[in-house]
Design a protein around this ligand. Structure first.
Ligand SMILES: Cc1cc2nc3c(=O)[nH]c(=O)nc-3n(C[C@H](O)[C@H](O)[C@H](O)COP(=O)(O)OP(=O)(O)OC[C@H]3O[C@@H](n4cnc5c(N)ncnc54)[C@H](O)[C@@H]3O)c2cc1C
Length: 385
């Protein structure tokens, strides 16, 4: 077991820190705070991340990607500025789905546009009445001649407010139950839909994190079925293994920033004539935060190294997701505590980090669902069908 970074990983992480400092932080600081960025500005921001492999991720070079392994890509994601994390994770994730499941024509048509940030991708599973119970999707796809006709609403979709490529999970044959679920690639120019932003706790206004998409008699070319018919749900669940580790790393990124801020503050702030970091109860908070952060990181890295080896790892990746995201809520909350009242003010970063962390135990399977998966893998008994 190797607990260090390789020289290449170290170099990549250093280059990522520099890219954030020189390009992303100034871009976000210069963006208006009172209105969301238009899609072409979001694309401009995404293009800045191309040279380091943020969009090419694990896709092989022959398809225009960066050919990183899943673990190294996770280490790269960990360096992202928090407001762009979901944006980049989903952009790379949709490209990865095309690479893994798409036929040659789909790869040729959609991959170059996603990798060049000319199109923004989103993945649509959740519906107003369908959250944790993914198998009960109500969105319908009906074959009509050479086309599919899609009707339904998808909600809480990352990038959904401005995406122009949507991967939609719909039921194409209700008589087959869950086996009737299929995934479709929708290009907004060809198959238009309506989209709106949804305001949430972590949203800072510049990049609306989630949106709702409404498909009304939306006509999709017959060739845009992604993957094998009947495997829509199974493929989605397999994709969750890596995605859950990447959500864990979103939490780890946030928690690391909160710990760093708490350490800085504990050294600078004085009460009773000494730095508050000298008080044992403040030291205990710092020690607990650091320990939970290390545990989160080790779980996430283990999950991704199993994904890299092509092993089934539902138990390990669900553990990483639920532990890291819940730990980030505790860590960011403690970081506020270390800051006292100043921690609640917008002048310090920790209240924003707490709001971001609080969101993460929900997407890609809630904490409760992750626990059911872990227990199912251990007990061999299923709590939900
Ligand atoms: C920031 C963010 C980004 C998101 N991005 C996307 C996206 O890109 N694409 C997408 O499709 N969706 C996305 N989602 C939606 C997300 O996947 C769902 O919110 C999630 O699956 C939970 O569904 P729900 O919110 O409807 O909660 P519900 O399923 O209604 O659950 C409500 C509560 O009941 C609990 N519960 C439900 N079933 C059980 C059970 N069997 N046992 C015990 N407890 C249970 C849950 O844990 C939860 O506490 C996103 C959500 C957020 C917040």
């Amino acid at each position: 077991m190797n607990f260090g970074f390789t020289p290449e990983q170290k170099m990549l992480k250093e280059s990522a820190k520099k890219l954030m400092r020189q390009e992303v932080v100034p871009f976000l600081a210069g963006a208006p705070e009172d209105r969301p960025l238009p899609a072409d500005e979001i694309k401009r921001l995404l293009k800045k991340l191309i040279p380091l492999g943020y969009l090419g991720s694990t896709i092989p070079e022959e398809y225009g990607g960066f050919g990183l392994d899943y673990l190294t890509y996770g280490m790269l994601l960990e360096e992202l500025e928090p407001p762009v994390y979901g944006l980049v994770m989903l952009q790379a994730g949709t490209a990865r789905s095309i690479f893994l499941l798409g036929n040659e024509e789909q790869k040729r048509t959609f991959l170059p546009k996603l990798l060049a940030a000319e199109r923004i991708g989103c993945s649509c599973i959740t519906e107003p009445n369908v959250g944790s119970n993914t198998g009960s999707i109500q969105c319908r796809a009906v074959r009509d001649g050479d086309e599919w006709v899609i009707n339904g609403t998808k909600t809480w979709i990352t990038n959904g407010a401005f995406a122009d490529l949507a991967f939609v999970l719909a039921n194409a044959d209700p008589s087959q139950g869950k086996r009737g679920l299929a995934r479709f690639i929708l290009d907004k120019d060809v198959s238009p839909w309506e989209a709106n932003a949804i305001g949430i706790l972590s949203g800072d206004g510049q990049i609306p994190s989630v949106g709702e998409l409404v498909f009304e008699d939306c006509r999709v070319p017959g060739g845009n079925l992604l993957g094998e018919f009947g495997r829509g749900l199974k493929d989605t669940l397999i994709g969750f293994q890596a995605a859950r580790c990447y959500v864990a790393l979103d939490a780890i990124n946030i928690a690391q920033r909160a710990l760093d801020a708490a350490i800085r503050y504990a050294r600078e702030r004085t009460q009773f004539g000494r730095p508050i970091g000298k008080f044992q109860m403040v030291q205990a908070m710092i020690a607990e935060m650091a320990m939970e952060l290390d545990a989160s990181r080790l779980l996430a890295y283990r999950g991704l190294s199993l994904v890299d080896r092509g092993l089934r790892c539902a138990r390990e990746t669900s553990m990483a997701k639920f532990y890291a995201t819940e730990a980030a809520v505790r860590i960011t909350s403690k970081a506020i505590q270390v800051h006292g009242a100043y921690g609640l003010s917008r002048e310090y970063p920790v209240e924003r980090l707490f709001r971001h962390a609080r969101v993460l135990p929900i997407p890609d399977g809630t904490t409760q669902i992750q626990k059911l998966i872990v227990a199912r893998e251990i007990l061999g008994l299923q709590a939900f069908a």
